[in-house]
Structures are given as C-alpha cells and as structure tokens.
Design a protein around this ligand. Structure first.
Ligand code: AMP
Ligand code: ZN
Length: 470
C-alpha cells in the first residue's frame, strides 16, 4: 500500500512498525455541536483508510478521542471554550452537551457507514494521564509555569514547524484582532498544557493538579490518549488539514519531548469540504448536517459516494446540484446491481483477482475514485452474475455503500428496464412507503396510480413491494 505522508510530503510505501499490526489514531470531534458534513468527510476518508488496511490484510487497532474539555474557539489557546459555548446555548451542563453530541456524532457516522474505532476515549477520562505527562515535560525542561498556567516551551525544540507549510496567516492564529495575546507565554507559539488561570472563571469542569485547580489544554489529550492505548510508537495519525497546525505540530512537540524519540511515522490529512461560499463552518450559512440532507430526501450514503468520488487530498466543493447527480447515479447503480441474476456458482479465483486489483488500485494513496471506476468495470465484465455480486460485495467492504441490498425490493424480472425508469420507480416506492407510514393513504394511492399511468404495476407482498411493467 502507498500513502501520502504529510511529514515527508511524499507518497511512500506503507510499512508498519510491528509486522502486520497497524496502530492508528484519529483526532475525534469536539462535542459541542453536531458534526457538519465537512467534518464527516474527514471521518469518512479515515474510515476508508482503516478498512482498506484491513482489506489488504493488516491487523488494525484504531483509537479516537472525544474532545469534551479544553478546546477553545481558536485552535490556539484563545477565544471562548467550545464546550461552554454549547452548554450556554442550550441551557444544559457541559457533560449533558458532551453526551448528547457524542451520541449524535456516532449516529451520523452509522448512517454514513463509518465504523466506530476500536477504542473511543473522552478526554475527561484521562486527566491523571495528562497530569503525568505534564509533570514529565516540566522535569525535562520542556515546560514552564507562568501566570499560574503551565506552558510548553517551543524554543527548546530543534524543529517545531514539522509540517513545514505554515504560512504567516496560520502563525498569526493566536494574535488576531479580536483576541489579546497571552502575555504569560515566553514564545509566541508556546501553548498551554494546563490552565489554572484562564479568563473563564466559570469553567464548568475543573480538576485538582500539582499546579492548582484547573483543566487541560487541548493538544495534550491526543498525545496521552494515543499512548495509553497504542504505546509510544504509532503508525498512522489522521485528521483534517486544519489540524496540522497548531494541533498536530503541538502533539508531536509534546509526545516526542516526553518519550525522547520519534512518535508517529505517517500523517494522513484530509482536505476540506467547502461550500460554495468557502470553508464550511458551524456558525456560518446553512449548517449542513446529515439530518439536514435526510430531511431533504437524500440517502446519507449518496453523500458517502459523493465523497468517495474525489481524492482526499483535494478540496471538495459541496453543492446540492452535485449531490443530486451523485444521488441519482447511486440509485441507478444500486438498481443495476440488485438486478444481477444469481445464475451460477461463484468463481472464487475471479473474486480474488478483482480483490487484488482493488487493493492495489485504491491502495495507491486511497484512490477511492478509481475504486468506483473499477466497480463499473466489474458491472461491464462478462463474469457470471453470482461472481459479479460476490466481487461487488467484496469491494463494498471498503466502499461502504450497501451495494448489495439483501432485501432488495427490486425484482430480477426488471433487469432489462431502463435504469433511469427503474431508479424513478424505486424512488416512488420509497415515497409511497413513507406516505403509508405517515398514514397518508391518499398520497400512497396517488403514487400507485401515477406509476400505473407510466405502465408500472406494483404489488405489496410479504417480502416487500414488487413491481413489473404492465
Ligand atoms: P472538530 O470537531 O472541530 O474538532 O473537527 C473534527 C474534524 O473535522 C477534524 O479532524 C477537523 O480537521 C475536520 N474538519 C473541520 N472542518 C472540516 C471541513 N470543512 N472539511 C473536512 N474536514 C473538516
Ligand atoms: Zn488530536
């Protein structure tokens, strides 16, 4: 497998530290609000990477944190506390907010077929580990106490700008017009490890520490949580590109100063999903969530396909027009697949050949778009229907598009029907089902009549709705 490594800025052959085992860490969500579909693009592509590794035979252990404390509005140590902001907005406690949005996050992930990592650890579970790491950093001279907070001293490092691509704007992150610079810092890029004196006197969650009652900075959690579960060496660390600086840079600074050796070999960064006006955010414009897409009638997996069709290292612009096209292609694709006849025995050699081809093609720096192209190649190939379905099912382990619908409502009799019409019929059947659920029988009947006027007969059977041409 090959993967682009942000640390070396090259596509490299992937080699884990320990034989076949892969340790993988993902920066989890800050649970003060719903995730938007931009956040979910990152988690989705990280999910593909994990599944691709497993598909290629690796034994993966993946860990994710949940940020429920310490993340201020600016990624530097300034601005409002995100969790407090959420709690105030909804008149709830910080822990209630954290629980609600953690559950909402995993519910969204489930809808997008994003697997829950093997270990999920909230930051508030690991305060002792944070305190221990900070103690060691102080002992080793990498940290100092100033103004009753503990800071990491970036001047003690040989290299700080590890990703080497920070521009002036990013360096100015802590010194924007609306925030005053923290005068306790010795160097501009020093960052907080432990706050006891922040401007948030009403900070909800506080813990005792050798430096006084307070709470941890944001970056320390990922260093500690990853080491708690994966040890002092890691193969792949993931996140969105905005995490590169200062978050990942600071994680590396802390972790490597703590252990005295290199920490993580490969850094996988997913580029942003933008809306047509620019970067997607939770405070600006329409707040694009999975639920919003559903309420507009989209299958969340159409969004998954939308994400898979572009490369994770390119920014992607979201528009409803683009999603409409993908949603219609997705319906046609599923319909086509579910009309493939089970017409013989599965040729396992053929399945293996395609498996290897898929692993190599998509394994070339997570080229999901080429994976989709391969899927269409399989559809056109002359192999028998049963083998075809087995190959598609095998690809779908990574693609996660529920391509083989075990309870397909479409009947095999309709294999020759124009895919556009078939997709329309499926859509109408789904709408009719919704109408019946809502006890709107008049609408359900009118949908049946409309289909009939187009020469399509539907029948309610015990196995679901079946249809055929009149
Ligand atoms: P947060 O909940 O703000 O900590 O962000 C969760 C994840 O989403 C992080 O890995 C971010 O890098 C990533 N992220 C934030 N905005 C976007 C975006 N517009 N597109 C893709 N990923 C994003
Ligand atoms: Zn992190």
């Amino acid at each position: 497998m090959k993967i682009y490594n942000s640390l070396t800025k090259r596509v490299e052959d992937f080699k884990p530290n320990d034989g076949n085992k892969v340790s993988m860490y993902t920066c989890g969500p800050t649970v003060y609000h719903f995730a938007h579909i931009g956040n979910l693009r990152s988690y989705l592509m990280e999910d593909v990477l994990e599944k691709l590794l497993r598909y290629s035979g690796y034994d993966v252990k993946r860990v994710m944190n949940i940020t429920d404390v310490g993340h201020l509005s600016s990624d530097a140590d300034t601005g409002e506390d995100k969790m407090l902001k959420g709690a105030k907005r909804e008149h709830k406690t910080v822990m209630e907010i954290a629980k609600f949005y953690t559950d909402a996050f995993f519910a969204d992930c489930a809808k997008l077929n994003i697997k829950t990592p093997d270990v999920v650890e909230p930051a508030t579970n690991c305060i002792d580990e944070f305190i221990n790491m900070i103690k060691v950093l102080l002992e080793k001279g990498y940290a100092y106490v100033s103004g009753e907070n503990v800071y990491f001293d970036t001047s003690k490092l040989d290299t700080y700008y590890v990703f080497g691509n920070q521009n002036e704007d990013e360096l100015m992150v802590g010194v924007r017009d609306d925030v005053s610079e923290d005068t306790n810092k010795r160097n501009r890029n020093d960052f907080v490890l432990w706050f006891t004196k922040s401007k948030f006197e009403d900070q909800a969650l506080k813990w005792d520490s050798p430096w006084g009652v307070g709470y941890p900075g944001w970056h320390i959690e990922c260093s500690c949580i990853s080491m708690k579960h994966l040890g002092e060496y890691m193969d792949i660390h993931c996140g969105g590109v905005d995490n590169m600086f200062p978050h990942h840079t600071n994680e590396i600074a802390q972790s490597e100063s703590f252990t005295g050796h290199k920490w993580c070999n490969y850094w996988f960064h997913v580029h942003h999903l933008n809306d047509e006006t620019g970067k997607m955010s939770k405070s600006k414009g329409e707040f694009l969530t999975v639920s919003l897409l559903e309420s507009k009638g989209y299958d969340p997996l159409a969004y998954r396909l939308f994400a898979l069709q572009s490369h994770y290292r390119k920014p992607l612009t979201f528009s409803y027009d683009a999603l409409d096209q993908v949603a219609s292609a997705y319906k046609k694709l599923k319909n086509k697949i579910n009309n493939i006849p089970d017409d013989g025995s599965v040729d396992e050699n053929v399945v293996k050949e395609w498996h290897d081809k898929f692993a190599e093609t998509v394994g070339n720096d997570v080229n999901t778009a080429m994976g989709i192209t391969l899927l269409y190649d399989v559809l056109k190939d002359g192999m028998n229907g049963s083998t075809k379905k087995a190959v598609i099912k095998d690809f779908d382990y990574v693609l996660g598009l529920n391509l083989i619908d075990e309870n397909a409502e479409a009947s095999n009799e309709n294999a020759d029907v124009d895919p556009e019409l078939a997709a329309f019929v499926e859509d109408m059947i789904a709408k009719r089902k919704e109408a019946k659920k809502a006890k709107d029988f008049a609408l359900a009947d009118s949908i049946r009549d409309e289909l009939l006027s187009k020469g399509v007969v539907i029948e309610d059977t015990r196995e679901g709705v079946k249809w055929h041409l009149a």
